[in-house]
Write a protein that binds this ligand. Structure first.
Ligand code: AMP
Ligand code: ZN
Length: 466
């Protein structure tokens, strides 16, 4: 079986493949850079990363675009309070976002697109929507008229008919004809930053940035659009309304949404004050890998309750895997090959793949890996595991780490003691002598992961730490 994903649009788990040339055209809603992101935000960003990695493991190419919302009410408010320009202010948190992302080993999307670098394109799109009759103006601002888009609600599966005077659904402080209508362009207010454009002086609303940048980089129809569940309505519903009104093509084939990180049953959020930033957690002595592991360990469609005990368990789980990896690499097993153990590895790999293919069931994939590690540790203890079993065992680990990426220790390059390094170098020498070059290369890679660099000199091998 191949990859299946839950599509919010159809409310079904469906087989996923890109529409054209084996490349997934994918858009994810990125951070609003008004402050440090908290680990609730990072649950969503880790989910994007796991999705990326499994799409790659499925053999697809990626063209992934993620926006940076670097103009909005909170940014303007905070920048003004600090006497900074919005670009100086948002640069601080954009940088922090990428530092945290690197610590969490998030792959960078192929295109990261700051909203403020695409304002003329947004204004042009708003003008075109106006020409097509989808907008109206009031006091210099431009709104999208939802009643012109009968399919509104098809993503959130909310029936809006007869709901004109419903509750306020948007946070914008502007006059609207219909509560559901949303602002495309905000007229400049005093002391606020603005751009002079074909739709006047002002700044774009939030929703339009995603539609415009997605279409600009990826074309009219995306293969996949992702975000947190809180974005389904109104943000993604509005993106669909704008985009499909502009292009008359379906905006995205798959809509994939991740659930929240909770604290005591409530969404982790700035407004509730129940949040932790990555920096806070690292200051308490936890590793970024533990945070990554914890956030990735629960399937994305299940809410995940954050606790420090959970973080400790994540650290323990990583230790178990690292110990196993070290044992596999360094223990002097007897010669030969045990067919049943190779078979066990093949089965573990298949179970991992099947779990990930099943709507990215990371919990099952982890269970398959840990059951395998337990069985093989026992086999090693009783001497059944042989040198010939290393390769398949390493494949299980590599597959696990291609998704979870927690085995290498990053900055912690002192984890291998000097005598262990010497022993590995000696083993590498023997491996080369017996023309087992793949093992020799494996040892070099293992040492490199631990921050140890080898130099082959005429007097033998020298090593140093990075
Ligand atoms: P923002 O920076 O506020 O635009 O949010 C960035 C992303 O974080 C959005 O995709 C939200 O869906 C997501 N998000 C916010 N809070 C949480 C949470 N507690 N758990 C998971 N994702 C969240
Ligand atoms: Zn968006």
């Amino acid at each position: 079986m191949s990859l299946r994903l839950y599509n919010t649009l159809t409310l079904q788990v469906q087989p996923f493949a890109p529409d054209r040339d084996n490349t997934v055209r994918m858009y994810t809603c990125g951070p609003t850079v008004y402050d440090y992101a908290h680990i609730g935000n990072f649950r969503t960003f880790v989910f994007y990363d796991i999705l990326r990695r499994w799409l790659q493991a499925s053999g697809f190419g990626l063209n992934h675009v993620m926006n940076i919302t670097d103009v909005d009410d909170k940014i303007i408010r905070n920048a003004t309070a600090q006497g900074k320009s919005i670009s100086d202010y948002s640069a601080i948190y954009t940088k922090a976002y990428f530092e945290d992302s690197a610590l969490l080993r998030l792959q960078k999307p192929e295109h990261v697109t700051p909203a403020t670098e695409h304002i003329p394109e947004m204004a042009a799109a708003i003008r075109k929507l106006g020409e097509l009759g989808y907008t109206y103006e009031g006091e210099g601002s431009t709104y999208f008229r939802i009643s012109k888009f009968p399919e509104y609600g098809k993503l959130s599966h909310i029936n809006f008919s007869g709901n004109r005077a419903g509750a306020r659904v948007d946070v914008d402080e502007y006059e609207k004809d219909d509560a559901r209508d949303f602002v495309l362009w905000k007229a400049a207010k005093e002391n606020e930053p603005y751009w002079d454009t074909v739709v006047g002086r002002g700044r774009p609303g939030w929703h339009i940035e995603c539609s415009v940048m997605a279409i600009e980089y990826l074309g009219d129809t995306l293969d996949l659009h992702a975000g947190g569940v809180d974005l389904i309505f109104p943000h993604h519903e509005n993106e669909i309304a704008q985009s499909e009104s502009l292009t008359h093509h379906p905006f995205a084939r798959f809509w994939v949404h991740s659930e929240f990180l909770l604290v005591d049953g409530q969404k982790m959020s700035k407004s509730l004050g129940n949040f932790h930033t990555l920096r806070d957690i690292l200051d308490k002595g936890f590793s970024p890998e533990s945070v990554r592991y914890l956030l990735a360990s629960v399937p994305y469609r299940k809410a995940l309750n954050f606790t420090f005990d959970g973080l400790k368990s994540a650290a323990t789980a990583i230790d178990r895997m690292r110990n196993f990896a070290l044992r596999l690499a360094t223990e002097p097993f007897d010669e030969g090959q045990d067919a049943a153990l190779d078979e066990r590895a093949v089965q573990a790999t298949a179970a991992f793949r099947e779990s990930m293919d099943d709507d990215l069931n990371t919990a099952e994939a982890l269970a398959a890996t840990f059951e395998y590690v337990r069985d093989v540790n026992i086999a090693m203890d009783r001497g059944a595991f042989r040198t010939g079993n290393r390769e398949r065992a390493q494949e299980v680990l590599n597959l696990f780490d291609s998704v979870f990426d927690v085995l290498s220790t990053g900055a912690d390059s002192n984890s291998l003691a000097d005598d262990k390094i010497d022993a590995l170098i000696e083993e590498r020498k023997q491996a080369k002598k017996s023309r087992n070059f793949s093992r020799a290369d494996e040892i070099r890679a293992l040492l490199a992961d631990a921050g140890v660099i080898l130099e082959d000199t005429k007097d033998g091998v020298r090593w140093k730490r990075k």
